[in-house]
Design a protein around this ligand. Structure first.
Ligand code: XMP
Length: 506
C-alpha cells in the first residue's frame, strides 16, 4: 500500500482517488499521526497544504527517518517542505503561479516522467516557489516560470513536484503517478473490486466466526452493500432491520424490502410509522425534528435488536470519507447541520462495530456493489437524507402532508426516470412548502399548498449546482402534479446553488 501524508490540502482526497483508480490501495493519514511503517508500505506521497513552509507553525514530519528507505513523492507543499528543510530555500514567488503551465524541460530518461511528453500541461497552485536546492538535488522538469517544477534527490527514491498531478488539468498527471507507484515503488495494480470482495469476506469470516451481527438497512447504497458483503461472510448470522419511519418515498418500504429479500438477506421490516409521527407532532424546528427522528430510530432499532438472541456486533455502512481524520486548517468549521448520523453508537447498545466499507470512497462502494451483483435500482439511487421527507416538509409534519409530498415526489422522480435524466442528476426531490397561494380550478377559487422541485448536480454534496432540466419536462411534471395531487395548486423550481443555499431546505 501507499501512505498519503495529509498536510491539509483540499486535493488530498483527490490524490487518494487517483491512486486507487490505478488499482493500488492507499491510505490518508494526518501529517502528525504518521503510522508505523511496515513491509506492506511501498511508498509515501506528501500532500499540498494551505500553509507555507516559511510559517512558524508549518506542519512537519520526520522526513529523515524515511527518505533513505522508501520512495517519497512530495507534491506542492510536500516538495517545498523537503527542499526547504534539506539545504534549499523556499521564497514567496514574485509572479502568481496559479493555473495551467507547460513543462518545457524534462530531463531525458527520467523514470518519473516516462511517457510524459515535452510540453505537457500541468496545473500549478502555489504562492511559494523553490528558489534554491541543495547540491544533491537535481532539477528534472521546468516550466518557463518555475525552474524547479520537479526534482530528484541523488542516491534516493525521493522526488518533488511543484504542480498537482492529481487534478485533471495536469494532462499526464495520472501517467506520472503511475510511474511513481509502479516503476519506482514497485506496486502491483491488483486492488480491484473483486480482490477487495475476496479479502474482505475472508477477513469478516475470520473476525466474526459464528458471532451474530445486527445491521440497519436504509435502502441506500452503503448499508445495502455492507449487508451483502456481511451476508456472504456469515449468512443467516447477519440480522438486518429495515425500519419504515413513515418518511420514505412513496411505496419505497415495500419495494426495497422486497429487493432485499430477493437478495437472500435475512431482513425484518418494521412498521414504526406511528411512533415517528407521534414524536414529530407539533415540532417545527429542523434540528428538533432531526433529533426526534434519530431518537425514535434508536429506540425502534434497539427494541428489534434485543429480540435477536446473543447478538454481539453492530454492522454499519460507514465509508472512507466519514473516517478520514481531517487536518484542521484555520477557518470556520463545516458543521452547519447536525448531519449524517454522527454521534454513532448509543451507549446502551454495547455492541462491537463492524464496518466493511470504511476504506472505500462512494464510487468504489458502487463498483463493489456491482461486482456483488446488487441491482442497479439500489446502486444507482440518489442520496436520500436519513430524516427523509421530514426535512422536505417545512414546518410541522402530519401524515396528510407526507402523503401529499409522496405523491408529488413520485410523479417527479418517475418523470425524471422516464425522460432518461435520473442518472444524470446527482440528487432530486420535491419539497412541501407550508404556504398557501390562490389558484383557479374550473370555476372555483383554490387556496392550496406549493410544491417546490429541486434537482442538483454535485460530486459529493459539499457544493452543488441546480440542474438545467428541460422546460418541457418541468412543464409536464408541473401539470401532472397539479392535476393529480389534491392539495397542491402551484409548482415551482429551485434555481439556487450551494453555497450559499443548501441542497435540502431544512
Ligand atoms: P445539504 O442540505 O446540507 O445536504 O446541502 C447535503 C447532503 O446531505 C444530505 N443531508 C442529510 N443526510 N441526514 C442525512 O443522512 C441529514 O440530516 C441530512 N441533511 C442533509 C442531503 O440530502 C444532501 O445529499
Amino acid at each position: 500500500k501507499i501512505l498519503i501524508l495529509d498536510f491539509g490540502s483540499q486535493f488530498t482526497q483527490l490524490i487518494a482517488r487517483r491512486v486507487r483508480e490505478l488499482n493500488i490501495y492507499c491510505e490518508i493519514h494526518p501529517f502528525n499521526k504518521f503510522p508505523e511503517v511496515d513491509s506492506s508500505v511501498k511508498g509515501i506521497i506528501l500532500s499540498g497544504s494551505p500553509y507555507s513552509v516559511r510559517q512558524d507553525d508549518a506542519p512537519h514530519f520526520e522526513f529523515a527517518k524515511h527518505h533513505k528507505t522508501l520512495p517519497i513523492l512530495g507534491v506542492c507543499y510536500g516538495a517545498q517542505y523537503v527542499a526547504h528543510f534539506h539545504g534549499g530555500e523556499v521564497l514567496a514567488s514574485s509572479t502568481r503561479e496559479y493555473g495551467r503551465a507547460n513543462l518545457d524541460y524534462i530531463k531525458p530518461d527520467t523514470i518519473l516522467f516516462k511517457d510524459v511528453p515535452l510540453g505537457s500541461q500541468v496545473w500549478m497552485s502555489h504562492g511559494d516557489t523553490i528558489a534554491r536546492i541543495a547540491d544533491d538535488f537535481e532539477v528534472i522538469a521546468s516550466t518557463d516560470s518555475v525552474k524547479v517544477a520537479a526534482y530528484h534527490i541523488a542516491g534516493t527514491q525521493t522526488f518533488g513536484i511543484q504542480f498537482h498531478p492529481e487534478v485533471t488539468h495536469s494532462i499526464d498527471g495520472k501517467q506520472l503517478l503511475q510511474n511513481f507507484l509502479v516503476d519506482i515503488c514497485g506496486c502491483s495494480q491488483d486492488w480491484t473490486p473483486d480482490s477487495f470482495i475476496e479479502t474482505t469476506i475472508a477477513e469478516l469470516k475470520a473476525k466474526l466466526g459464528d458471532d451474530k451481527v445486527v445491521l440497519g438497512l436504509s435502502g441506500g447504497v452503503d448499508s445495502s452493500v455492507a449487508a451483502v458483503l456481511l451476508h456472504h461472510a456469515i449468512g443467516a448470522n447477519l440480522h438486518c432491520i429495515f425500519v419504515d419511519n413513515g418518511l420514505l418515498r412513496k411505496d419505497e418500504f415495500e419495494s426495497v424490502l422486497d429487493s432485499y429479500k430477493h437478495m437472500g438477506l435475512n431482513v425484518r421490516g418494521i412498521d414504526a410509522k406511528q411512533r415517528f409521527y407521534d414524536a414529530l407532532a407539533g415540532l417545527t424546528d429542523p434540528e428538533k425534528k432531526r433529533k426526534a427522528i434519530g431518537r425514535v430510530f434508536i429506540e425502534v432499532f434497539d427494541d428489534a435488536a434485543h429480540e435477536i438472541q446473543g447478538v454481539s456486533w453492530l454492522g454499519q455502512g460507514t465509508i472512507y470519507p466519514d473516517v478520514i481524520e481531517s487536518v484542521s486548517v484555520k477557518g470556520p468549521s463545516a458543521t452547519i447541520k447536525s448531519h449524517h448520523n454522527v454521534g454513532g453508537l448509543p451507549d446502551f447498545m454495547k455492541l462491537k462495530v463492524v464496518e466493511p466499507l470504511n476504506t472505500l470512497f462512494k464510487d468504489e462502494v458502487r463498483k463493489v456493489g456491482a461486482a456483488l451483483g446488487i441491482d442497479q435500482n439500489i446502486l444507482g439511487r440518489h442520496p436520500f437524507p436519513g430524516p427523509g421527507l421530514a426535512i422536505r416538509i417545512l414546518g410541522d409534519i402530519t401524515p396528510e402532508k407526507v402523503a401529499i409530498l409522496q405523491q408529488a415526489d413520485a410523479i417527479y422522480i418517475n418523470n425524471l426516470r422516464a425522460a432518461g435524466v435520473y442518472d444524470k442528476v446527482w440528487q432530486a426531490g420535491a419539497i412541501f412548502l407550508p404556504v398557501h397561494s390562490v389558484g383557479v380550478m374550473g370555476d372555483e377559487r383554490t387556496y392550496e399548498n406549493v410544491i417546490c422541485l429541486r434537482a442538483v448536480e454535485s460530486l459529493d454534496g459539499m457544493t452543488a449546482d441546480w440542474c438545467h432540466l428541460p422546460y418541457d419536462l418541468l412543464a409536464k411534471i408541473s401539470n401532472e402534479i397539479i392535476n393529480n395531487v389534491k392539495g397542491i395548486n402551484r409548482v415551482v423550481y429551485d434555481i439556487s446553488s450551494k453555497p450559499p443555499a443548501t441542497i435540502e431546505w431544512e
